[in-house]
Design a protein around this ligand. Sequence first.
Ligand SMILES: [Zn+2]
Length: 148
Amino acid sequence: METVSTATPAWTRDTVKGEKRDLWTAMKRGFRCRCPRCGEGKLFRAFLKVDDHCSACGLDFTPHRADDLPAYLVIVIVGHIVLGAFMAVEATSTLSTWQHVAIWVPLTILLAVALLQPVKGAVIGLQWALYMHGFGGEKDELEPHPGA
Ligand SMILES: [Zn+2]
């Protein structure tokens, strides 16, 4: 007869059996820099430093693997906004080059800084909602090399 251990491993401590994870709700909560599960606890302890766990519901944030994706997404979003706005203004006005530089460079920097944390939060919300990496309750381990 198979014996089942009743001890809960540390990596499953935040896993609630049968919990419903709505993708858009989790991403919206992450975008607001809140916990994707409860929407109450803060997701970040510094600008881009993700907290270890939720202060409200205890969700373990350490399995997230946002890595470079938020930066790539911010580049795509800000690029489309700034380039579209630049082309519209360029086509409808007679601003000089230095006036364009004075408008678009600060706007690009401001938008990038303003969007980086919310986009990272949304990416973490997406990973949690889709049970990615360690958010599904299993260990997130590297696959062994095929030759090993
Ligand atoms: Zn929470």
